[in-house]
Write a new protein. Structure first.
Lengths: 254, 322
């Protein structure tokens, strides 16, 4: 559904990735891994149409990302940004409802189906009781869950998540990962998420994209790409590998 | 009942009350029965003439002017994502003031003065827009800074004009600079602009809410950000020009009325916009009524009254915030 055709991304003074080609299909759950500053966020922005590629093209269902109406694009692609610039003035429910913007028909407010979608999304992240709370009073982790709920209410077909697990405690990290896996496996969505934790990709993800800081990258099925030696080179840090049940877990060997 | 609805009822009542107060007060005494007679009966008479030719246009001009300034303030605060943005940040008032003062100095009449003010305002808008929106690249910070820089440059020219002007004209100029509705023309166009912009603003309210969260966030949720920003810029500029042409550079309303509504607990733009328009209109109508009656027959510049009335009210609101 999303095809990256030889894209090159750079920030002033540095090439982040060169001639990167891969395809994300429905049902796949991707991990994007790399050290700080390796270009993970820039990639997420380029894939969602928020930033331009220097070269190459991002194709959504066969047509270029820039073409077409931005609301239609937001029905296809949802982005969880790493950070939001401004505080929000209203309740948690009002915040989640903003995710329904690409679907609204009315000029004068939200419909009942929007409210239902927002409440269902809040339930999915375990925040039903928070609907009336002021967003500004939430803790960091609660905000992160509200932001996940917002993208669930948006209900795109491709989820691009920039550090979706930040600020979450262990229980909510696993709950969020199970939720993303369910989106991909059971509901046929495509999910791509930036992760910093080597514990999770080998347990939950079907695919992985490794961005090295020399501008090379490697994309493919998780069992091929996630290799201890490769990850050690990626992070510049010795790792231990454990296999347990369905998962392969990597831990820093310190 | 929800807070926005409650506020809407309260402010509608306040708006009606302020308009009635404006029609009832003045040097020529008019009682309530006379007012209703004058409004609804076509019979000519002094009361009828005073009501229809003096007080109704003036009250409507004050209301439209206040509503337009508040609307413009809301729009610019979200466009620039700066709580201190006000309608005059675009240099509109200083451009208009300089135009008007230049015309006054040259001994022009009221019509020419308005044309000069309009020309000055448009010139300021074009300069701010041209400098801050080059190559399709929009930057709120640059808009803000350009507007501030241009305004201070124009202010210097205004001061220069004041110093150079003949003694007899300075008082008229000061009234224009402080804001004064005595020479407000027909408020019909201003009302049309107010109605159209408020309606448009309400239909775009969700986009404004999203833009308030940041450009990237708005874009991520499907807002075409640049067209929206252009719309806000020119909508706010139009509202400000219409207001300035009615009442000169009336301060306080555009900056603080939106904050007053927010402090009363309403921040989503679908409610904030119309409520700010109502409060701005009612507030300026009241201030203008006081400006022309407090020391009658002496008229005070309404801009002084808006600050004298508004500052204590805002301080109380700020103080009670939890």
């Amino acid at each position: 559904m999303l095809h990256c055709d030889g894209i090159t991304l750079s920030v002033p003074g540095r090439v982040l990735c060169r001639d990167l080609t891969f395809t994300v299909e429905p049902g796949q759950l991707w991990a994007v891994l790399g050290v700080n500053g390796s270009g993970k966020t820039t990639l997420i922005h380029a894939l969602s149409g928020l930033a331009r590629c220097d070269d190459g093209a991002v194709l959504l269902n066969g047509s270029a990302l820039e073409s077409g109406d931005s609301r239609r694009r937001a029905r296809e692609i949802g982005v969880l940004l790493q950070q939001e610039e401004a505080d929000f003035w209203g309740s948690v429910l009002e915040y989640v409802l903003l995710g329904r913007f690409p679907h609204t028909q009315s000029w004068f407010g939200w419909g009942s189906e929007d409210e239902e979608a927002a409440l269902a999304a809040l339930a999915a992240v375990g925040m039903t009781g928070f609907a009336r709370r002021r967003y500004a009073t939430l803790s960091g982790g609660e905000r992160q869950r509200a932001r996940i709920a917002q993208i669930l209410a948006q209900g795109p077909r491709l989820y691009l998540l920039d550090e979706p697990l930040q600020h979450l405690d262990l229980r909510h990290q696993t709950a969020a990962l199970a939720l993303f896996q369910q989106l991909a496996v059971e509901r046929g969505k495509a999910v791509m998420m930036v992760l910093h934790d080597t514990l999770w990709p080998g347990r939950y993800c079907s695919h992985a994209l490794l961005m090295h800081d020399d501008g090379t990258a490697r994309a493919g099925p998780a069992r091929e790409v996630l290799d201890r030696a490769v990850l050690e080179r990626l992070y510049g840090c010795p790792l231990q590998e454990f296999a347990q049940g369905a998962g392969r877990y990597f831990l820093p060997d310190v | 009942m929800s807070r926005p609805l409650l506020l809407a009822i309260a402010l509608l009542t306040a708006a009606m009350a302020s308009l009635f107060a404006a029609l009832l007060s003045g040097t020529f005494p008019i009682s309530v029965p006379q007012l209703f007679d004058g409004i609804f009966s076509p019979a000519p008479g002094v009361a009828h003439d005073v009501i229809w030719q003096l007080r109704v246009p003036r009250a409507l001009a004050a209301f439209a002017c206040g509503g337009l300034l508040a609307l413009s303030g809301v729009l610019l605060q979200v466009l620039l994502r700066n709580a201190l943005a006000d309608p005059y940040i675009l240099g509109v008032s200083s451009g208009a003031s300089l135009g008007a003062l230049a015309a006054l100095t040259l001994g022009a009449g009221a019509a020419l003065m308005n044309t000069a003010a309009l020309a000055g305002a448009i010139a300021a808008i074009i300069i701010v827009f041209g400098l801050s929106f080059r190559r399709g690249d929009w930057n709120a910070y640059r808009v803000l800074l350009t507007g501030v820089v241009l305004s201070s440059g124009l202010s210097a020219l205004i001061s220069l004009t004041l110093v150079m002007a003949p003694q007899g004209q300075v008082k008229g100029m000061l009234f224009w600079l402080m804001g004064d509705l005595s020479y407000a023309g027909d408020p019909l166009v201003a009302w049309l602009i107010l109605a159209v912009l408020t309606t448009l603003g309400i239909t775009q309210a969700t986009r404004l809410d999203l833009l308030g969260l940041g450009e990237l966030k708005a874009q991520a949720l499907g807002v075409a950000v640049t067209p929206l920003q252009l719309g806000i810029f020119f909508g706010a500029a139009l509202a400000t020009v219409a207001a300035v042409l009615l009442g000169g550079a009336i301060g306080f309303v555009g900056l603080l009325i939106p904050h007053a509504i927010r402090l009363l607990g309403v921040a989503n733009h679908r409610a904030l916009l119309p409520l700010a328009v109502l409060l701005g209109g009612a507030f300026l109508t009241l201030a203008d009524t006081l400006a022309r009656t407090l020391l009658a027959p002496q008229q005070l510049p309404v801009g002084v009254l808006t600050a004298l009335l508004g500052v204590p009210a805002m301080l109380v609101l700020l103080g009670r915030r939890r």
